[in-house]
Design a protein around this ligand. Sequence first.
Ligand SMILES: [Zn+2]
Ligand SMILES: [Zn+2]
Length: 332
Amino acid sequence: MDELRKDPTRGHWVLIRPKTKPPLQGDCPYCPGAEHLTGSEIAAYRKNGSAPNGPGWSVRVVPEGDAYFRIEWELVREGVGMFDMLTPRGASELIVESPRHDDTLATMDPDALEAVLWMYRDRLADLKRDNQIRDILVSRRHKKAGVAPHHPYSRVSAIPIVFDETRRELREAREYYQYKRRCLYCDMLRQEINAEDRVVRLTPAFAAIVPYAARGPLETWILPRPHGCSYEDALSAESARDLARLLSDYFRALAGGFGDPGFEMTLHTAPNLRSRILQGDWATIRDDYHWHIEILVQPERANRVGGIFVNETPPEVAAAQLRQAWPGAAGG
Ligand SMILES: [Zn+2]
Ligand SMILES: [Zn+2]
């Protein structure tokens, strides 16, 4: 049985799972016509009322083949002597973004990308109805080193604990708020928009910036300009359209101006507030946390000394390069 074990010296969790069989090679299980090769579909956007588990979809959600987290497992919390153990009850889903096998976020049109953004919202809202699920990570890898090119999909990982990185981020935001009574991200937005040099793009609802302490060249954050702690509550018809266009342009800039590098995009949104365990958990989260998207370019190349990232491209230079490569920009 797989187990989540906590390292008490660092406070982080490790998933211990015996090695399983490598996935079957052969036809792509995510292409139209191969729907029988995935588990039963969880959700899909379909035109013309096509039936589930067959072709006719534009975005389709299926369980991940070799899932790390499973909804059918019972949640068990156990002390093992001085240690803490949890069963990895949760969900591992793939959001298949397009019926076209060789589509990328740079080749899909903004409307198709917008549908994927709505599916992110739908899956977050649905999974958050389960109060044993504490946190959900929606992430998207493009060209992962050592992984063969595959059908375009995003991954949804829902887990019974809060991801270590989310926990750190929430703590920093809460402490900033306790001290200043203002949202850290709203303050950052205001300052970055005024300073301009790290702003890649401003739209009515979003700012794309290279963060002040970017961990690697071209790291970019997309921050919604209105405050809101959760993506699934904030997405509206206008903001989804705006975000889809912005992301589409960003990925086109990466593909066209920088040789289509690999990247990892992660959605940072509030954990499941229904899973509150202690009274007072996340008491100020609606005011102190601000959902956003982070994109790391070629994360596997990140250079580190101990825990410190070393970035050889100053963020101000990276922002200027991205502005230049932006679709429609002079020289882009
Ligand atoms: Zn395919
Ligand atoms: Zn804010």
